[in-house]
Design a protein around this ligand. Sequence first.
Ligand SMILES: [Zn+2]
Length: 308
Amino acid sequence: MAYWNQRTVAKRVSCTGIGLHSGKPATLTLAPAASDAGITFVRMDLGVEIPARNEFVVDTTLSTSIGSGKARVSTVEHVMAALHGMGIDNCRVEVDGPEIPILDGSAAPFVCLVHEAGVKVQSAGKRYLVVDQVIELRDGDKVARLEPSDTFAVEFTADFGHPLITNQAFRVTLSDRSFEREVARARTFCFRRDIERMQAMGLAKGGSLENAIVVDEFSILNPEGLRFPDEFARHKVLDAVGDLALAGMPIVGALIAVKSGHAMNQALVRKVLADPTSHRVVRVTAEADAPAIRANVPALVVPNGQIA
Ligand SMILES: [Zn+2]
């Protein structure tokens, strides 16, 4: 019998950086939250709390934004991926502006923040969304499909019709160790040809080689090159983990995605949540004598047959 307790961060930790699209500086703080509170973004400058759930998604243009009333927080997907990948169920993500800092364009700085805070094991058992039926979205050659699986796995195929990013696939079974080792460091990327267009739309104002991979016709412009040969597909996995985290709880299922993006990922989550026959919500039994602080416990992998 497996016992998995909910987790939060053990103390407040902060970092500061600029928003990729707004170019504005912001300070982000991860703070502990109670059992079953889930992840909540808090606009400290406005005093508004926005639950990190699919129903609060207000925009999916190049990044995922959530909002409540006039308050919004954009580019939530990388910090969501880090929290989800590290098995954090409950956390207040406080930010003093409209956009989460982009930092180095990956989830690694947020993983470091979780390590700095430490992980507090809570008394309640974890809740999981267990996929029972295949749910699929198709749009031309784009696919996003959730299938039943014993674990949380993500497979992404990226194809941008570009010599460096053609039919690039990456598949990973998520535990906090595999997320940190294989996914967290993959950076966001863009094409040089798109930068002017994005900036005309008022986006990517904070973009630079410090926080994104920039690709031109034939080459990577970043002097340090890539962190993984398939960093593009790995980043798309990272984005998908962050987007699926807006289901509000860890998913036990496999995401198969081809050329999907934030909009399609959120539409898939919406479709699953709207269809009660597609999934069950299962709360596992908490471990009564769980140590209060325990790092590096794989929290996402649920062995077959132990949660039904
Ligand atoms: Zn991203």
